[in-house]
Design a protein around this ligand. Structure first.
Ligand SMILES: [Zn+2]
Length: 459
């Protein structure tokens, strides 16, 4: 329930992510009307009274987490059906996605939101996979979460069942989507332009969508997961690498978020950095799907150039989990191994990507991403009274290398406690789990997309 004011008192370690990256021991935070009013030592805030006080003595408190690329529509009901060696599940993915009904998408979304908020995510970007946002609005409202939505559009042929429209219609649909959705739920919903990728959209469409985004002062995201063949095609077709092509047509710069960004070269890193373009990277998807991070991953180079990177979980059938703490862990360990260099992607950088830099990558950094007076009150309290948090000397290392999202105890979004002592109060979980399992059965029967359920004898 909404609180007029909330105080978290005697916090064991408060990771502020402020300008100096202060970590305050025995800290307190005062929240009033959805905003952080005061931050400091508990003794400094001893006079601060609040309607509710949360005891932070065993808590590590961080800013809320941002998930910059999270397809939330189809996958929960069929999570885990693809065998490991299924080379390219994408054709099945888009067929399953396009077969979802309104009611099915609502329930899958609700389950996704529960998994997100319970592991500390306060904001995610769905890259246009939600077909029935009207039906899902209630779920966003109930969960109290922040969402960046859009309608996925393409106007060229693609090997997948993507929504394809004549360019003028794609532009009109994007424009009306943004007009309708941007700013709903007290600003917790943002609407962006969402062309699927440069390979599936004409130059004219990409430029028109960028204009729409600029006119509405909002963002644009697209898949930029190029790979060897796409790069060669781009050079043949446009005379440029994929990123240089986007620059040549003006679809780059602040407010443009490139998803995945594997397989870019030094010139493209430079282009992204110089233009203020931002990036969402999905380290667990990259590893699980064998995308060749040692060869194609450029996270350290992007970080070195100051590019704002958000982490993403992609989809419950790509990374399979929606836990940004596990994504932080993968980001921090993946490049140490890939480069055989322990200096790559320190734990602190991983935490920055999940919080402040993620918020900046999603154009929300002015209001969110750190715990500072004046910012919106999005906070995550980790319960350290658990074996994986012991012993506790360096809370950043413990968070990134020991813990996962299951030690998230309490989550506050816009000053409202949405996860309270490990529990959410907006959905009946056992009933929902049964419902989503049933949806998965129906969806597989309807589409004929099924796989042997186990390599081992089961029954
Ligand atoms: Zn995607």
């Amino acid at each position: 329930m909404a609180q007029e004011s909330l105080k978290i008192d005697h916090i064991l370690y408060l990771l502020t992510l402020d300008q100096e990256r202060r970590i305050i021991q025995d800290a307190a935070v005062l929240v009033e009307n959805g905003r952080i009013r005061r931050v400091g030592k508990a003794a400094e805030l001893a006079d601060a009274r609040a309607d509710r006080v949360i005891d932070g003595r065993s808590m590590v408190v961080t800013p809320g987490f941002f998930n910059g690329h999270m397809h939330i529509s189809y996958a929960h009901p069929v999570r885990g059906i693809f065998p490991d060696e299924q080379a390219s599940p994408l054709v099945h993915v888009f067929n399953l996605q396009s077969a979802m009904t309104e009611d099915e998408e609502y329930h899958a979304t609700l389950l996704g939101l529960i998994e997100l908020v319970k592991s500390g995510t306060v904001c995610f970007l769905d890259p246009g996979s939600t077909k029935f946002p009207d039906a899902c609005l209630q779920a966003y409202q109930d969960a109290g979460i922040r969402v960046i939505l859009g309608e996925c559009v393409t106007d060229e042929e693609s090997p997948w069942a993507l929504p394809r429209f004549p360019p003028a219609e794609a532009v009109a649909r994007t424009e009306s989507f943004i007009s309708k959705w941007n700013g709903k739920l007290d600003g917790r919903i943002r609407a962006w332009a969402m062309p699927f990728s440069y390979e599936t959209c004409s130059t004219g469409l990409l430029q028109a969508l960028k204009r729409v985004a600029d006119e509405h002062r909002t963002g644009l995201t697209l898949h930029h997961n190029t790979g060897q063949k796409a790069r060669q095609d781009s050079v043949v077709r446009y005379g440029h690498t994929p990123t240089a092509y986007l620059q040549s047509i003006g679809v780059i710069g602040p407010g443009v978020l490139l998803a995945h960004c594997l397989g870019i070269d030094e010139g493209e890193v430079d282009c992204i950095a110089r233009t203020g373009t931002t990036v969402a990277m999905c380290p667990v998807t990259a590893a699980k799907s064998g995308r060749g991070v040692p060869e194609h991953g450029r996270m350290p180079e992007l970080l070195a150039r100051g590019v704002k990177i958000a982490l993403g979980c992609d989809s419950p059938n790509n990374s399979n989990h929606l836990d940004i703490v596990r994504a932080m862990n993968m980001a921090a360990i993946q490049y140490k191994d890939a480069r055989q260099d322990l200096r790559q992607v320190p734990a602190e950088a991983a935490l920055e990507m999940a919080t402040l830099h993620g918020a900046q990558a999603m154009s929300l950094g002015d209001e969110l991403g750190s715990i500072e007076a004046g910012k919106k009150a999005d906070l995550v309290c980790f319960d350290t009274q658990r074996p994986e948090w012991q012993a506790l000397w360096n809370p950043v290392n413990n968070l990134v290398y020991n813990a996962d999202g299951r030690s998230v105890h309490t989550v506050v979004i816009d000053g409202r406690v949405v996860v309270d002592g490990y529990r959410q109060t907006f959905a009946d979980e056992p009933r929902l789990f049964g419902k989503v399992q049933e949806i998965g059965e129906r969806l597989q029967a309807r589409t004929g997309i099924t796989f042997p359920r186990s390599k081992w004898p089961m029954g």
